[in-house]
Design a protein around this ligand. Structure first.
Ligand code: DNO
Length: 356
């Protein structure tokens, strides 16, 4: 296990590599070419520049989150094969530069979705939150207003405006695509990229849908234990794995988080570990990483990762805004640093206990 931290690059992030370097135990950075669009080829020069910038701070890149998969690939549009070719070239260039983990998602149109970006918690911190009734009341286009912080030009990851230019057409495209079609398109994509992943030893890590159910009638498939097992078996190659996000997968109270981690042993290549506080199945908010601040048993989650032999990068996720920090929602420095410390503490106890 390596403790890592997500960083959006010096152009976009309020958190610096220097700040991250000072969090005890954090050695790896998870980042992306933030200005690349889904379907683009990432050149070796671009990748090298990113690697060098991180290395200069005494840290290293532990993986990419994300190389985004275009809707042309997800929906099998005419440009699909061209975009897959480009994805393969990107993987090849990443592999040549020594990067071995790539996170992606297969959610149509929208990435992670929240209905509030700054709900105030009893301790005065603010967090993002989800309320199903709020979603049921709005049209998909209005999602952008919800995911755009009021008083800043910060763009949330997954909600880059240019990705949303063709939203109306995309809804038309997905009208006829059901879950089985989406599974078939995912299989097609994975089968095409497995050879390059084998050649460069790149572990693909799919991120679960957040929330773990269909919104606005769009199909979603990476949302239950059954479907995650189906995913790893349908392309039964160790490089076809999961970015296990406790907060995304755990949005559905039907999902047993530790049990699913154990069942996916050997195929979890990346872990996002965070806590959620449920007010009901239809209303939840982010919490501090500490078990008692939310609804999850974080010790059981870390124990399941430890006992199933998890050996990849792990990162804290969706921190609260605390101590007056202004940053990208969920991605400030302070609460994620606290989260990293807590997760490292749990891990140290697990290691020492099992050695005895
Ligand atoms: C949100 C993130 C997601 C995730 C992508 C992976 O905070 O966890 O945007 O990075 O779904 O492709």
């Amino acid at each position: 296990m390596e403790m890592t931290f997500r960083w959006y690059g010096s152009k976009h992030d309020t958190v610096s590599l220097r700040d991250i370097r000072q969090i005890p135990g954090v050695t790896g950075i998870i980042t992306t070419l933030y200005d690349a669009k889904p379907g683009d080829v990432w050149t070796e020069e671009q990748i090298k520049a990113m690697i060098d910038e991180v290395a200069a701070s005494g840290l290293h890149i532990s993986g990419i989150e994300s190389v985004n998969v275009s809707d042309a690939i997800k929906a099998a549009l005419p440009e699909r094969d061209e975009h897959i070719e480009n994805y393969i070239k990107t993987l090849e260039n990443l592999g040549k530069q020594g990067i071995h983990m790539v996170c992606y998602n297969f959610m149509p149109v929208f990435d992670w979705t929240r209905t509030e970006l700054a709900r105030v918690r009893p301790d005065g911190s603010t967090v993002s939150a989800y309320n199903q009734q709020a979603i049921d009341k709005i049209r998909p286009l209005e999602m952008f207003d919800m995911m755009t912080p009021d008083d800043s030009d910060i763009v949330l990851p997954g909600w880059e405006p240019e990705r949303m230019d063709s939203i109306k057409e995309l809804f038309e495209v997905y009208k006829d695509i059901g879950e089985e079609d989406l599974f078939a398109n995912l299989k097609y994509f994975l089968e095409a990229i497995m050879p390059v992943c084998g050649k460069y030893d790149i572990n693909m890590a799919i991120h679960p849908d957040d929330p773990a159910w269909s919104i606005f009638g769009l199909p979603r498939i990476i949302n239950s234990q059954e479907n995650l097992l189906r995913l790893i078996h349908m392309v039964d190659n160790v490089h076809n794995g999961v970015a296990f996000c406790t907060g995304a997968f755990g949005t559905s109270l039907k999902n047993n988080v530790p049990d699913t981690i154990r069942k996916l042993a050997g195929r979890i290549h990346f872990a996002h570990v965070r806590n959620l506080k449920f007010n009901s199945q239809d209303d939840f908010e982010e919490a501090a990483h500490l078990s008692s601040d939310g609804s999850f048993d974080m010790y059981e989650i870390m124990k399941a990762l430890y006992e199933s032999g998890f050996d990849g990068p792990i990162r804290p996720d969706h921190g609260r805004m605390i101590w007056g920090e202004e940053a990208m929602v969920g991605y400030g420095l302070y609460d994620r640093a606290l989260g990293a410390m807590y997760l490292l503490g749990l891990w140290e106890a697990l290691v020492k206990n099992s050695a005895r």
